[in-house]
Write a protein that binds this ligand. Structure first.
Ligand SMILES: Cc1cc2nc3c(=O)[nH]c(=O)nc-3n(C[C@H](O)[C@H](O)[C@H](O)COP(=O)(O)OP(=O)(O)OC[C@H]3O[C@@H](n4cnc5c(N)ncnc54)[C@H](O)[C@@H]3O)c2cc1C
Length: 525
């Protein structure tokens, strides 16, 4: 770092320094990104020019030999098979966008990695230049944890290959694959991997946080179906983690998020699921309390092959929804039965008998079609704000509060989901993976969504009020992938007794907390 301090250096000293470093100004790599008065003449004081966002010093006062300059960046760029995107590139604004339109971060560089070698190079580059580094899988994280300000984004989007192996019933997916890629490749062999309910979500973030979806009751969480990962660690080493190799690391990545390294490949166990009997059933909002009480009692006793998540929603104004229901606030259950199709009508008979739904779109559906059913309602770029909790019991009192807040859905795309996490997911020991709420019955999420940034407060306030009312009835922590940036206490509550073990693994594999743009687990002391 330059020893220049404008408060202690005499005016003549300043001039000497400026003259001495004149040549460097023109090549300032941070040009336009810092508060340098030479670049931004309206800046009030020079003192604000250094250090520039903790990365390096301003070009006016010189910069460290190892800081970013055009040559270093050019060398980095030429060592990648993929693309390196700078702030001055035309692709920059598109490349820095994530799924949640509320997130507006400006990284210095985006390394669009093409392969593992690129990832190793990017990790080493980030480390050498002391950059804040974020890892981007599918970019779906609501808190925007795949993109950072002023640092380096390691974007895995190009590493999106998927190989389905019908003989061994496994699926290998690149670290930047999306679930739609997996569904497509596996379906050709009549296979499916438990995932989330939107096909544009990244395999990376969803898996590393746990993974809840239509197959949870039948097959467990996504992490319960993970067989091994390939990873680039904070020191640039490439390792495989599985039950046999680096088992402590394998334990940690099955729920501990992107804290331990960049996962470049995921190997999953796949299930013989081709066509399920699935879809939404909707009922009037006036019946919500009755439906929710019935659902609570029904789902826990249902066979594991039947999944159904409860939702408050507004019916979208378009096909396949009948016009008389358009824009109506309703409650519903999105079912997915993966047992033999010939038994489906029998399984659904008591459901349909309980109360005839206002809309029943349940029927045979190929798995990838189910997985992408809701994609059109939630295109990228909407404003998202969500709050979550794990739930053990749904008391009548809690149900009344759900109905009260569910009826206040602030916008068409806002919703509340109660995802069942019992069945197969609850048969795994609490300490077998970091996911310690194996005894909880639901993961609840209040999701405020809207295309208009002007409605940011409206959707956030609704989600916060709803959550505040229901939180006292919750189990404590929340699904890490349904959280915004909510602080250490919430993260600890989520991992419970498994937190200390995660911190120890973090210390072993990432002692300097190099990977901290995530729901961060601090290395143990
Ligand atoms: C519309 C929508 C629907 C959703 N539905 C579900 C659902 O049904 N079930 C469910 O479980 N979740 C669901 N989620 C939540 C989802 O699991 C998280 O948003 C998850 O973080 C998305 O993963 P991603 O790779 O797209 O995220 P990103 O934003 O790319 O990354 C999220 C975090 O994971 C890390 N990360 C991502 N990939 C890697 C990697 N390869 N190696 C290391 N770290 C990595 C990132 O650094 C970051 O910290 C949904 C989210 C949205 C927006």
């Amino acid at each position: 770092m330059s020893a220049f301090d404008p408060k202690r250096t005499s005016p003549s000293g300043i001039v000497a320094l400026l003259v001495g470093r004149m040549r460097r100004w023109s090549s300032c790599p941070l040009s336009g990104q810092c508060c340098c008065p030479m670049q931004r003449p309206k800046a009030k004081s020079w003192a604000g020019c250094y250090p520039v966002r903790g990365q390096a010093e301003c070009a006016i006062f010189g910069y460290e030999e190892n800081m970013l300059n055009e040559t270093t960046i050019a060398t980095f760029k030429s060592s990648l098979r993929g693309e390196l995107i700078k702030q001055s590139d035309t692709r920059y604004d598109t490349a820095r966008k994530v799924y949640n339109g509320m997130i507006d971060r400006r990284p210095l560089l985006i390394a669009n990695c093409a392969d593992v070698a690129d990832v190793i190079t990017a990790v080493k580059f980030g480390r050498e230049h002391k950059l804040v580094v974020s890892i981007r899988g599918g970019g779906h994280n609501a808190a925007g944890l795949s993109v950072c300000d002023d640092g380096l984004v390691i974007d895995l989007g190009r590493i999106n290959y998927v190989h389905a192996d019908p003989k061994n019933r496994t699926v290998l997916a690149g670290g930047g694959a999306l679930w739609g890629d997996v569904d497509h490749a596996a379906h050709a062999f009549g296979l499916a991997v438990p995932a989330g309910i939107i096909s544009t979500t990244g395999v990376g973030g969803l898996t590393l946080g746990g993974g809840i979806g239509h197959l949870t009751r039948q097959c467990g969480l996504t992490v319960d179906n993970l067989l091994s990962v390939d990873m680039v660690l904070a020191d640039g080493r490439f390792v495989t983690a599985s039950a046999k190799e680096n088992p402590d690391l394998f334990w940690a990545v099955r729920g501990g998020g992107g804290n331990f390294g960049v996962v470049t490949a995921f190997l999953f166990k796949a299930h013989p699921i081709h066509t399920s009997y699935a879809g939404p059933m909707l009922w009037s909002m006036e019946d919500a309390a009755e439906i929710l009480r019935w659902y609570r009692d029904f789902i826990g006793k249902a066979p594991n092959a039947l999944n159904g998540f409860f939702a408050f929603l507004t019916v979208p104004p378009g096909a396949p929804f009948p016009t008389h229901l358009h824009n109506k606030k309703m409650c519903g259950v999105v079912w997915c039965y993966t047992g033999p199709l010939k038994n489906a009508e029998r399984v659904f008979a008591p459901i349909r008998k309980f109360k005839a739904p206002a809309l029943d779109l349940v029927g045979p559906i190929p798995h990838p079609a189910l997985q992408s059913l809701f994609d059109p309602i939630f295109p990228p770029g909407l404003q998202w704000y969500w709050k979550a909790d794990f739930v053990r019991d749904l008391s009548d009192e809690a149900i009344s509060l759900h109905v009260k807040h569910g009826a206040l859905l602030p916008t068409m795309q806002s919703t509340m989901h109660l995802y069942p996490i019992d069945g197969k997911a609850s048969m795994i020991k609490k300490t077998a993976t970091p996911w310690c709420y194996r005894d909880a019955k639901w993961a609840a999420v209040m999701v405020g969504v809207d295309p208009d940034p002007a409605n940011k407060e409206k959707i956030s306030n609704w989600a916060k009020d709803y959550w505040t009312a229901l939180h006292p009835y919750s189990a404590g922590g929340a699904y890490i992938n349904f959280m915004m940036e909510e602080g250490d206490e919430r993260i600890r509550a989520t991992y419970g007794k498994n937190y200390d073990r995660l911190a120890k693994v973090k210390k072993r594999y990432d002692p300097t907390n190099f990977f901290h743009v995530n729901q961060n687990i601090k290395p143990a002391k």
